[in-house]
Structure formats: C-alpha cells, structure tokens
Design a protein around this ligand. Structure first.
Ligand SMILES: Nc1ncnc2c1ncn2[C@@H]1O[C@H](COP(=O)(O)OP(=O)(O)OP(=O)(O)O)[C@@H](O)[C@H]1O
Ligand SMILES: [Mg+2]
Length: 494
C-alpha cells in the first residue's frame, strides 16, 4: 500500500488538565481530499494546529512522508509543504492580490522589490489554476470568495503539497462556494492533498473522498464518503439522530401587534427601507451577500445612523445613537462577525456573557460576582456551551461555542427584538437544531426576531415572512407558503 503523505499516531492533547484529543490516529494519502467532521468542540481545529506546528501534542507522533516527528514548528511545517487556510483571513486588505500572494517574501533584485516580476508570476499562477482575477486589485475590494481564493493562490505559490482548510466556506454563499470548489478540484488534479473542514455536510459529500469523524476528542470513524450517507455521518458525529425538520412557531401573529415600523429609511449604505415587524414573529431577511442586509441591521442596532425616514419602536420614535442605547431600548443583535464584534477574547466566558447586562445586575453600583456567575452558568447550560469551566477564556473555546456564547450574551439582555445575523454560521448540525428551537421558543414567548441568513433552507424553513433585499434596498416581501428558493433568488438578483 501507498505511504501516507501525512499520518498522526496516538495524538493526545491536554489543556490545563482537560483532554481535548484522546489518542487520535489518522492516515492521509497523497492527492486525497479528506474531511474532518465533528461537533463544535470535537477537536478538529486542535488537530489541525498540531499539524501546522501552531501547538505541540502532549503525546503522540506525526509522520510526514514516513519520517517521524514528535512535534512540528510552523516554519518546519511550511518547509515540509503544509499550508493552512483559516476561516479568518490572514491577508493584508490594502495590498494588491499579487502583493498578498508574495507577502513576506517579496521578489527582489539588488534589494529592490521587483513588482513587475511579482505581477507576472501572479498572473501565471492564476492562469495555471484557471482563476480570473485582477492581480492588481486591492484585496479589500474583492468579494469574500475571491479573498479566500487569494489565500489558496498564496499556498500554491509556496509549493504546498498539503493544504489544510478550516471552515473555508463558512462565509461563502452557494454560488461563491461553487467558484471556490472549482479551484479545490483543480488543486486535486495537480496532486495536492487537502484536509477540509465544514459544518455543511452536503459539501463534505460533494468534494471529499474520505471522511474522519471526531467526537469529544476521539476518532470514531474513517471511511470513504461513498460508503456512508448523511444520517449515518450525523449520528457518528452527534451520537444520536437529528431531524431535518425545522420547528414551527405557534404562528399566532396579529397584524395589529406591530412592534417595530421602519418607514422610508435611508443612509449612505441603504435606501428607502420600509417594513414592519410584529410581536412573536420571525422575519427573515434574504438576499445575496452585499445586498445591504447587515447595513439595515446596523441602523437598528445603533451602529450607523439614518439620515432620512422614520423608525417607530414600541410606539415611540426610535433613533439610537449607540449600541448601548439600542440595547437599553430593547433591541439586541447577534453579529455575523463574532471575532470582531461579538467577543472580548481575553475575558472569561462568564464575563463575556454578562457584558451587556452588567449595569442591570449592579443594583447598588457594584457587581455581584455570584449573580453574574449564576446567570452565565444558566445560559451555558441552556445553550449547551462546551466549556471546561465558566472562567475559561473565551478565545480558547472552539469556534462554534464562541458563537453560542455571543448568543447567550444577547439573550441575557432580555430584549424585545432580537436580530440574528447569520445565526448558524460555523455551528454544527446538532447545535443548529437547538438554536432553531430556541428561536421558535422566544417567538412563542412574544419576542420578535429578525434573522438575516444566506442559508436558503434555513431562511425558508424558519421565517414567518421573508423580506428580500438587493442593490441596497428592499426588492420584495413573501409570506409563508408563497416562497421557494428559486423565487427568493430571483427577487434578490433583480
Ligand atoms: N488554549 C486552550 N485552552 C483550553 N482549552 C482549549 C484551548 N484551545 C482549545 N480548547 C478546547 O479544546 C476543545 C476542542 O476545540 P477545537 O477548537 O479543536 O474544536 P473544533 O472541533 O474545531 O470545534 P468548532 O467546530 O466549534 O470549530 C474545546 O472544548 C476547546 O474549549
Ligand atoms: Mg474549529
């Protein structure tokens, strides 16, 4: 049999007494696309960090081309041809595509940066990979899918033989994912080995040859993707069956119970936005990325102001000047970009959850540690957030569990209107279902929910009504029963 290009044997990883990887062994063969699947906190990113030399295993061995290592350091991993693409980009936004591809090793002649050569080499690379992109464009002006593609081009230009991708498609729409996958297939044709992580299981079946499932830090399965179906894969990951059904709210929405009314609102980002939100309603916002949905939410949450139009919230004119004012009035937002807007990385989980309610808890000017603790512990339990202890620093939680902590933080404020911007991005299949059930429960309790989602099935499955945005304004509105995936996409691209 062929020698694995990469192999780990009995990898153990312990963080301050907590074992997060238990004797994991895995063989990856040259040229395969291998998926790592598992719930939030299963240990996927940890295993990857060991392979890139970002962290060392507590015990175990790593083999590259059959050669044994106790641990790798990042430089060594790079020299061995291992590259990693994280969900969060490492690109420099104001540099061009070509400059980013060669960043840190600018081609120079006599100490002068040779940008001509850099541009020529970047063009060659794009051609070879079948990518049409302006190598002189600044990365910040590119769509998110193309930013991801630049990350890959960078890895290819480093002659990487093994490219590890940790949730690369999480911020991409279906269409952008298709563009991204074209490049991944091209890499495979060239013989590159790929390790791919995604919580969207249809992607695993579409692009991967084999799949390994981690559950609570243990390997439970490795097999060909053609030898397993979705429901078996899910039960291997979650240890139980997950229904594919969306929970339905009680549906008792009165047209008279308008809690929020937005009329002809405009600012520099969006124009002429009008819609109503009712008590107990889940209102979906659909549209393509860049349609202006997040910009509308930023107005409601007091991040941006509006320059014309009117908003009435709970019968009163509403013109929030800050997010604090929005929260105090009763509108909360769970942001799509949790890393930059959602969390304070260096604080413990408890403090992060309590951040938005600290003032309310402090009845006589100072904080009650016990109450804070209790509140946080309740939501950790309710949302099933995987922590070793509530004082664990939030940045050490897995990606999906950080997202849940942000959710807990907003729920703790007891807002009347909750805005969920891409609520299940990076969330595993089981936890997704829990978040959907939570949303329906909140709606049944009389809260109003606005959900921005680019996941079409989620948008259609969860919303009582869907507002479709395109070109920075509202293009249409659809009632439950009226909408389909095609119709939403059709209206969105008008
Ligand atoms: N520095 C650290 N200190 C303590 N615990 C940590 C640290 N880093 C990771 N962990 C823990 O290791 C476990 C595995 O995390 P990991 O990030 O590998 O999960 P994951 O499978 O990538 O999940 P997700 O799908 O949510 O990204 C988690 O329970 C996490 O809290
Ligand atoms: Mg992860």
């Amino acid at each position: 049999m062929e020698t694995p290009i990469l192999c780990v044997k009995d990898i153990l990883k312990v963080y301050s007494g907590v074992t997060v990887l238990h004797d994991v062994s895995l063989e990856i063969y040259p040229g395969e696309i291998h998926s790592l699947c598992g719930e939030n906190g299963a240990g996927k990113s940890t295993l990857i960090k060991i392979l890139t030399g970002a962290i060392s295993p507590t015990k175990g061995k790593i083999f590259i081309d059959g050669k044994e290592y106790d641990r790798l350091v990042p430089r060594q991993a790079m020299e061995l041809g291992i590259a990693v693409i994280y969900q969060e980009f490492s690109l420099v936004p104001f540099l061009t595509v070509a400059e980013n591809i060669f960043y840190g090793r600018e081609l120079s002649k006599f100490g002068i940066c040779n940008s001509k050569e850099m541009i020529a080499r970047s063009k060659e690379l794009c051609e070879e990979m079948g990518i049409e992109i302006d190598v002189n464009a600044r990365v910040m002006d590119l769509g998110i899918a193309y930013q991801q593609i630049v990350e890959i081009l960078k890895a290819v230009s480093l002659n990487s033989r093994i490219i590890i991708m940790d949730e690369p498609t999480a911020p991409l729409t279906v269409h952008e994912t298709a563009i991204f996958f074209r490049l991944v297939r091209k890499l495979k044709e060239k013989g590159t080995t790929i390790i791919f992580i995604s919580h969207r299981l249809e992607e695993v079946f579409e692009i991967c040859d084999r799949v390994t499932v981690l559950c609570d830090g243990r390997k439970v399965l490795t097999c060909l993707t053609s030898d397993i179906d979705r429901s078996h894969l899910v039960s291997a990951m979650v240890g139980r069956e997950i229904s594919n059904q969306y929970p339905i709210s009680s549906g008792a929405i009165s047209e008279k119970d308008v809690i929020l009314e937005v009329s002809n609102v405009s600012n520099k980002n969006v124009h002429d936005i009008s819609f109503k939100l009712h008590k107990g309603e889940i209102l979906g916002f659909g549209g393509l990325i860049g349609a202006g949905r997040t910009e509308v939410m930023r107005i409601l949450f007091g991040v941006d102001t509006y320059t014309s139009g009117k908003i009435i919230f709970k019968g009163k004119e509403y013109h929030p000047k800050s997010t604090k004012q929005a929260l105090d009035s009763g509108i909360g937002l769970i942001p799509e970009d949790r890393k930059h807007q959602g969390i304070v990385p260096c604080l413990p989980v408890v403090n992060n959850i309590c951040l938005s309610v600290e003032r309310k808890l402090a009845s006589n000017g100072f904080l009650f540690g016990g109450r804070e603790q209790k509140l946080a512990e309740n939501s950790i339990k309710e949302l099933n957030i995987k922590v070793s202890r509530p004082t664990q620093l939030i940045r050490t939680l897995s990606g999906g569990n950080q997202q849940k902590a942000v959710l807990a933080k907003i729920l703790a404020t007891n807002c009347d209107v909750l805005i969920f911007d891409e609520p299940t991005r990076g969330i595993d299949v089981g936890a997704k279902q829990e978040i959907y059930e939570l949303m329906v429960r909140l709606a049944n309790e009389g809260k109003s929910i606005i959900m921005v989602s680019s996941e079409m099935p989620e948008l259609i499955g969860m919303s009582d009504r869907i507002i479709v945005m395109g070109s920075r304004t509202i293009q249409g509105e659809l009632k439950r029963g009226e909408y389909s995936q095609e119709l939403v996409l059709d209206i969105a691209s008008r």
